[in-house]
Unconditional design. Structure first.
Length: 96
């Protein structure tokens, strides 16, 4: 019973976490940048002119823009998953 619970609970928790991040990206412009998972070459070529690429790897690209609604724009351009990047989190950060 315990192994079955873990095998169901851990993937469900990870899926819930990713869905929460996707909703934060879509409903808020609080993130300074966005990570796009699994972009293809056509997606990178179709980025609007005001979007800057901050970093890229084989599996993701991190982009930023001053335009509002960037996550929705990225989904319209063909992104599969857009996650917020650069947020500080829920807890206040200590001041240096």
């Amino acid at each position: 019973m315990t192994i079955r619970t873990v095998l169901i609970g851990v993937p469900a928790m990870l899926l819930g976490w990713i869905v929460t991040l996707v909703l934060v990206a879509l409903l808020s412009d609080a993130a300074p940048a966005y990570a796009v998972l699994f972009p293809d070459g056509a997606f990178l070529g179709a980025l609007p002119r005001d979007v800057s690429i901050l970093a890229s790897s084989d599996f993701s690209v991190t982009v930023t823009s001053d335009s509002p609604g960037l996550a929705a724009t990225l989904y319209r351009q063909g992104a599969l998953v857009v996650l917020p990047a650069g947020l500080r989190g829920c807890l206040p950060m200590p001041r240096p």
